[in-house]
Design a protein around this ligand. Structure first.
Ligand SMILES: Nc1ncnc2c1ncn2[C@@H]1O[C@H](COP(=O)(O)OP(=O)(O)OP(=O)(O)O)[C@@H](O)[C@H]1O
Length: 334
């Protein structure tokens, strides 16, 4: 069910009648001669969870800052529900919930005071304010710690409070910069549930993450940035399919791996070969069932014909980490 914005607030944010929550068009951001973001374009539909992925320094936060109106693009355009975040900043602020990487809470104040402060900033008064604060404490699972100072909280508790604070004024677009960085698995699952719930309520979510499992689980679509440029944009499934239809993991002994890998690369149907210790990951292109049925035995025969043996073998779907590595030449957390 879509929650209505509170009635006692002027210009309460109803979902705007536009197709896209965010439109970024040919966006550039330079710092002196350095191009932090170059010719970036993407659109986020209403009700979509969109992930911005990229190695450290690839321009994710710089992009988010331009979307939230914190910084001006060098050139290009940003629209949030059709509005210009710099020129129509107060309207955009009401529509947007921001969860920065640094939780930006008042550490000396209690969880409740932090929420009350935010509620007052957005014009909540009286009973509506206390109901909203109470609901957010409940959502953050912090009712029993409502009166404790934030500085006594764990990283996961602070992150939950930071997210619920961003949701307090019922924004239609929520952006989260690395929402689960440094939190334990339990808090991570709670945060993932919040994000999926936002989508159910028709809200749009823009998140940056270095965790590809997170992007794979949550995101409808992903944009991959490298050195400020967009290098791929698609659904997680379509991105994985680009890497190959499946990956054959082999653990082999008794043969030199370099020669084995070189022979594999010559086979039609082998899209890529990666070696890690004594394991070889072979990505297989999409093929007809007949071709796929002969390729795997052919690979295994190569091992035995050259005097080696296979200790372990699995056929699996490609991971998003492998896609990322093949596109950027580096791991997402390198
Ligand atoms: N105010 C600034 N002045 C100069 N350079 C900057 C400034 N802000 C960011 N940069 C540079 O722009 C590049 C992109 O930084 P940004 O913080 O957007 O990357 P990111 O993808 O969010 O990285 P991370 O995953 O580490 O948070 C980096 O090389 C950074 O040093």
């Amino acid at each position: 069910m879509v929650e209505r914005a509170p009635k006692n607030i002027d210009h309460a944010p109803q979902v705007p009648e536009v197709e896209y929550a965010v439109e970024v068009t040919h966006l550039y951001k330079n710092f002196g001669v350095f191009h932090a973001v170059s010719d970036l374009s993407f659109r986020i539909r209403k009700g979509e969870i969109f992930g911005l992925l990229g190695p450290n320094g690839s321009g994710k936060t710089t992009t988010l800052n331009m979307i939230s109106g914190l910084s001006d693009p060098t050139s290009g355009e940003v629209r949030v529900f059709g509005l210009n975040p710099r020129k129509q900043s107060s309207s955009v602020r009401r529509l947007l919930g921001v969860v920065p990487q640094e939780t930006a809470l008042y550490e000396e104040l209690s969880a409740e005071r932090n929420l009350v402060f935010h509620a007052e900033l957005f014009g909540y008064r009286g009973r509506e304010k206390s109901e909203r604060v109470e609901a957010m404490l409940e959502l953050a699972q912090l009712r029993d710690r409502a009166k404790s100072r934030v500085k006594t909280f764990s990283g996961g508790m602070k992150r939950r409070l930071s997210i619920t604070r961003a949701l307090l004024h019922n924004p239609w677009l929520v952006y989260l910069d690395e929402p689960t960085l440094g939190v334990d698995v339990q808090s991570r699952n709670v945060i993932w549930d919040y994000i999926l719930k936002m989508k159910q309520e028709g809200k749009s979510v823009l998140l940056t993450t270095n965790y590809l499992e997170e992007a794979n689980t949550l995101c409808d679509r992903i944009a991959i940035l490298d050195q400020g440029k967009l290098i791929a944009q698609d659904t997680p499934a379509a991105l994985r399919a680009r890497f190959g239809s499946s990956v054959l993991d082999l653990e082999v002994t008794g043969i030199p791996l370099t020669g084995f890998c070189n022979r594999l690369r010559q086979l039609s149907g082998v899209q890529g070969v990666e070696v890690k210790d004594d394991r070889v990951a072979i990505s297989l292109a999409s093929m007809s069932d007949g071709d796929a049925g002969t390729l795997v035995p052919q690979i295994l025969r190569d091992v035995t014909d050259n005097g080696g043996s296979v200790r372990h073998m699995t056929l699996r779907e490609p991971s998003l980490d492998e896609v990322f590595l093949s596109l950027t030449g580096k791991g997402v957390r390198d």
